[in-house]
Design a protein around this ligand. Sequence first.
Ligand SMILES: NC(=O)C1=CN([C@@H]2O[C@H](COP(=O)(O)OP(=O)(O)OC[C@H]3O[C@@H](n4cnc5c(N)ncnc54)[C@H](OP(=O)(O)O)[C@@H]3O)[C@@H](O)[C@H]2O)C=CC1
Ligand SMILES: O=C1O[C@H](COP(=O)(O)O)[C@@H](O)[C@H](O)[C@H]1O
Length: 614
Amino acid sequence: MIRCHRLSPALPILPPPAPRLLSSRITLPSSMAAHDAHSHSSPPLLRSYVLDRRGSPFRALLYCKMVFLSVPLGCWYSVKVETLDCIQLVSGAVVVTNSSPIEKLKDGLLSVPSQEVVAELGGGEHESTVSITVVGASGDLAKKKIFPALFALYYEGCLPEHFTIYGYARSKMTDGELRHMVSKTLTCRIDKRANCNEKMEEFLKRCFYHTGQYDSQEHFVALDKKLKEHEGGRLSNRLFYLSIPPNIFVDAVKCASSSASSLSGWTRVIVEKPFGRDSKTSAALTNSLKHYLEEDQIFRIDHYLGKELVENLSVLRFSNLIFEPLWSRQYIQNVQFIFSEDFGTEGRGGYFDHYGIIRDIMQNHLLQILALFAMETPVSLDAEDIRNEKVKVLRSMRPIQLEDVVIGQYKGTTTKGGVTYPSYTDDKTVPKDSLTPTFAAAALFIDNARWDGVPFLMKAGKALHTRSAEIRVQFRHVPGNLYNRNSGGTNLDRTTNELVIRVQPDEGIYLKINNKVPGLGMRLDQSHLNLLYSARYSKEIPDAYERLLLDAIEGERRLFIRSDELDAAWALFTPLLKEIEEKKMIPELYPYGSRGPVGAHYLAAKHNVQWGDF
Ligand SMILES: NC(=O)C1=CN([C@@H]2O[C@H](COP(=O)(O)OP(=O)(O)OC[C@H]3O[C@@H](n4cnc5c(N)ncnc54)[C@H](OP(=O)(O)O)[C@@H]3O)[C@@H](O)[C@H]2O)C=CC1
Ligand SMILES: O=C1O[C@H](COP(=O)(O)O)[C@@H](O)[C@H](O)[C@H]1O
């Protein structure tokens, strides 16, 4: 039985986006008019179809003759099947033709089941299956995040009934060794649950391994063969998670696309950051990927978008009357996006030195949050509507000035207790004279009517005193505040309201307000209206990778980055990065475990702001 929280009857299931044509070469016959998307009643024409709700939680597979439709539940289409030769609905995209067979839309990409494949579909034709291939399965991210997230999804009943997981990498491993590795590196929230071992056993039986090179068509053909065996003639959907270094993304995509794409269902590819180092390299990566994939097959992951409190940002703003009217320069003095880690780059120095903190955290995670925070109200919750608004706000951003940026690098320290912490450059994979910033603070501006003049401050650093990620919204002071005259010493112009969205740890939202201290006198202090998630909700918070993997399986693109968003993000940061690197800007050193360089305070002060985390 499916227990996935997404299917809870208490939760409204939103109607899916309207189907969209993939190519102008394809026309929808007039007989295929969308029925009422909100209606759950079956139009007469579809009654004879076989409806299978087991394959994937939100997808029903309708099968007839040569017709395959994979449509979201709750959405019915009126189709005159007799007049159509082939139909393939791929994740909301409709492919319909009156001539058979459907021509290939793009080489090796979207193909329609051949007669042979259709014939092969024998007994299992009413069922779909999802095959998830973790490319780079021997690596750090796969062990730390991807397998644990897949297991958590399995445990929660969120994976379809028929699924197979394949690990793919060059390292030689047997299925047994992969299973051992996965079970030993389980670091997910489920591992403390009572029947975790039992569920793990079941899960591991669905995990397999295939050794192969990332640029070998032959090895991907062999993988395809194995996937087919597991798929057993069901309609197959395939998800490839590229958990490999970026220099081999394109090789792997090329092979996966041309030798291991699904012939009957969808094929999607999750791509991990870094998406290039600048505008040029990012565009080159996008172009290469688009050679083998359609944009809507590419799921560019930014795992911060999968974090619960980031996902909640729009809910907070758009579903509470009290916030949206305040969301502008009229009431907000500044907004701060703060990321800090209490550990250095140990173990990842080689990667990090090539990127630095601005590319590693600011250009993606913090900027994505900023875009969600500052965008205009989208037309709907549809992925394209949201992403359109994000792109607009990113394009409205003023070029970042070097004077509005502070960079730092951590240096080793020895604590009073005698514990020694290394300098960034102590890492053997980092050049001794590296100027790569491990800390940066910046002031950004959005040149539009809503945000004109409001500083959006970002601060990100490694090896700081604490691990946290938060959004701080500092409101303007109350004009002519009556209590300034009689506040018992509190300077109300300094203690303005502040809304804090704590993304991690101890997820929560609190609003700082000025309040009367109880008693006969009139003394004010600043208190918190506090929503601490652990106190309010008994449910554990899913890991970001769980949400994003499930979204990718369900074809929900809202939390993935579209190529024009990526272009806009790089357009903002590339000139700054170029200037920093060309001028060989020297980072300010700060001690490991400290609060970062003092320059960050001068930067804030320059914009009449105080960092809220002090
Ligand atoms: N680790 C993390 O916390 C995060 C990682 N990422 C991104 O996710 C992706 C995977 O990260 P991570 O798991 O740390 O990466 P790894 O360096 O651990 O690489 C993953 C696998 O790729 C193969 N590989 C490594 N280097 C090469 C190479 N030069 N040529 C061919 N194959 C190679 C190895 O497998 P084998 O030798 O068996 O083929 C390795 O196990 C990267 O793009 C990274 O930037 C993003 C956010 C966080
Ligand atoms: O993408 C990255 O994120 C991690 C921080 O992720 P979190 O979910 O643990 O906050 C960061 O350590 C890493 O450098 C960066 O590449």
